[in-house]
Design a protein around this ligand. Structure first.
Ligand SMILES: [Zn+2]
Ligand SMILES: [Zn+2]
Length: 609
């Protein structure tokens, strides 16, 4: 028997098929009618199978002619989405040329039957959508203490106005934040994939139904509908962890901005240095930049002849060691990451074509790819056997530094052996990026070894990442300590750190990018697919450009073979044409889906190209 009131439910079906992503209508049986509400999960018959679906709305009648099937089963009485959050999911799907179900899968945790039974307080209050968008700002962390202390302060300030959602890059960051709340006995709800399934689902339902709460989660939590949500805080905004790995690769910054516009939520991005995307908004004065004045004691030492510790840096380190621990940031893990012939400087290679490395002192050279060892290594060019180790890794740097400061404890933090904190006693602490231990009261000195290396990566975000890393590392020094960089003093990072303001450096990079133009002045998309069909696909794209079915300003680079039978093209497109391109690629994918062809990988504005 169909329900007497609004007997039709419109749903999204989890069909797993790209071109079947539009809503479908089903009859609501009277026996479950009371529970079939927006955001509730049901089971429906679809193409001869039983699949999961989510209710979008209830209707008086359907526009569909022909047979309408009946919902088979109510899967849970608890709504896991609201009209607003479903709209957000639809918008994100459109923006990234994907399907709503693909987004929903990361937005909503999996069901757990025992939680469905025990959870009682479904009290979601749907607030009216505001007329205007929320404010947005970037607040930069201060040096001299843990970044999360600044974050906590902001959270406590904002929670008086309504719920606060904090999105942090990874489990380690979430742990730190949660611990700070626990110290002060502040209640919070945690939402990330490190939780057991049962806890995650329960917390998700709690977050939906609690007023004035603090929710701390990783990127997927950005979709959580929270009834009185007032602010979203994005911790370490420029982190690559804020980009979803699975297709379609949406990112937290852009999803948050959609919520800010639609739901009027205040948005606060936090970090040391804003990403280029946010920097552009700051330049255009559509985002407020908050940075407290500080002056750091920063010294640059240029290294001649590749010495790890440029001569004059020694006295600074010695001075630091009288006070407490000294932190050394080093670019690479390992020992000797490249091997050269000491005589002719020929790079030592394996027969497989990969380079040889040396994994510890006195060890035989070994291939970095196939692990063949070369105990009797000699130069393939001049046949001499004297080795010259290049690409100094943290273990070798540790040896050299320890030799320079004998009798001082040496602590290494990298790879599998990351230390979260060290004692505030004189010691040499070496760490690779992201692995620096904290110390109560700050380091007596911070030394950045081979600092130029951090800027030398070949991807578009290298400068952005290096700035954030160097500011973050410099922030670990105590208020009277010094920051020493092994770099030429004319490098703009030196002045930026002294003034604790990256503005000039960021503006310079923005100016260069506007010239070309590169992101963030254009939108980017990466399209990948099977090599054997790719030239046809690319020809189709180019033809669409010629025939003006795609805006003429769009530029296509490639195809490039990326191995495993796949190729890709990189597409740059003016901001105002992004929606047209997204729709075009969505249509391309839809047609391939109908023709039962292999799906393409479509990534809009990825972290890296
Ligand atoms: Zn090899
Ligand atoms: Zn040689």
């Amino acid at each position: 028997m169909p329900a007497t009131v609004k007997p039709i439910a419109r749903v999204w079906v989890d069909s797993g098929v790209f071109h079947l992503d539009s809503p479908y209508d089903y009859i609501v049986p009277a026996r479950i009618s009371d529970h079939v509400d927006v955001g509730v999960r049901v089971q429906v018959p679809f193409n001869g199978r039983e699949v999961e679906a989510i209710v979008l709305e209830r209707l008086d009648e359907s526009a569909v002619t022909g047979t309408i099937h009946q919902i088979s089963k109510l899967l849970s009485i608890h709504p896991v989405a609201t009209a607003t959050s479903l709209h957000l999911i639809e918008e994100v799907a459109k923006h990234w040329a994907s399907t709503p179900m693909d987004i929903l899968r990361s937005a909503v945790p999996a069901r757990v039957a025992s939680v469905d039974k025990s959870f009682t307080c479904s009290t979601y209050v749907s607030t009216k959508l505001p007329i205007s968008a929320g404010a947005r700002s970037f607040i930069s962390f201060d040096p001299g203490h843990q970044a999360e202390e600044d974050l906590k302060k902001i959270v406590l300030e904002k929670v008086s106005k309504g719920s606060v959602l904090v999105i942090a890059p990874d489990v380690r960051d979430i742990d730190v934040i949660c611990k700070l709340f626990e110290i002060d006995q502040i209640a919070y709800i945690r939402l990330d994939s490190s939780l057991p399934r049962i806890v995650r689902y329960e917390n998700y339902l709690k977050a939906m139904n609690t007023q004035n709460c603090i929710v701390v989660g990783a990127r997927s939590a950005v979709f959580t509908p929270i009834s009185d949500l007032a602010s979203i805080i994005v911790h370490k905004e420029s982190s690559h962890e804020h980009f979803e790995i699975r297709t379609p690769g949406w990112n937290v910054r852009d999803v948050v901005d959609i919520r800010r516009e639609r739901e009027g939520v205040e948005t606060i991005y936090m970090g040391y240095v804003p990403s280029l995307e946010l920097s552009l908004l700051i330049e255009n004065r559509t985002l407020t930049y908050v940075n407290h004045p500080h002056r750091l004691n920063v010294k640059a030492f240029s290294s001649i002849d590749g010495a790890l510790l440029p001569g004059k840096i020694f006295s600074e380190i010695r001075k630091g060691l009288l006070q407490g621990p000294v932190l050394f940031l080093t670019p690479r893990k390992g020992y000797g990451n490249a091997l050269l012939c000491a005589h002719c400087k020929n790079l030592a290679m394996c027969r497989c074509g990969a380079k040889l490395i040396v994994s510890s002192k006195g060890a035989a050279p070994i291939c970095s790819l196939c692990h063949t060892t070369y105990p009797e290594w000699c130069c393939s060019w001049c046949q001499r056997d004297r080795q010259y180790l290049a690409g100094r890794g943290i273990e070798r740097a540790g040896e050299e530094i320890s030799r320079a400061f004998p009798g001082v404890a040496l602590i290494l933090s990298y790879g599998e052996v990351i230390k979260s904190s060290v004692e505030n006693t004189p010691s040499l602490v070496l760490a690779t990026p992201g692995a620096a231990p904290t110390v109560r009261g700050g380091y007596a000195a911070v030394v950045v070894l081979e600092a130029l290396k951090f800027f030398a990566h070949p991807d578009l975000r290298a400068q952005e990442r290096a700035r954030e890393l160097l500011f973050e590392t410099a922030a670990m020094v105590n208020t009277s300590g010094s920051v020493c960089l092994s770099i030429d003093e004319s490098h703009p990072i030196v002045a930026s750190l002294i003034r604790w303001s990256p503005g000039a450096m960021v503006r310079r990079e923005l100016a260069e990018r506007m010239e070309i133009p590169l992101p963030p002045y254009v939108s980017s998309a990466v399209l990948a697919g099977p090599t054997k069909e790719f030239s046809v696909i690319v020809d189709g794209l180019r033809k669409s450009l010629d025939e003006k079915r795609l805006p003429g300003e769009i530029k296509i680079y490639g195809p490039i073979d990326i191995g495993k039978g796949q190729s890709k093209v990189v597409i740059y497109c003016p901001m105002q044409d992004r929606a047209v391109l997204a729709q075009f690629l969505h249509e391309l994918q839809r047609r391939r889906s109908i023709a039962k062809k292999e799906y393409l990988t479509i990534r809009f504005d990825p972290y890296s190209l």
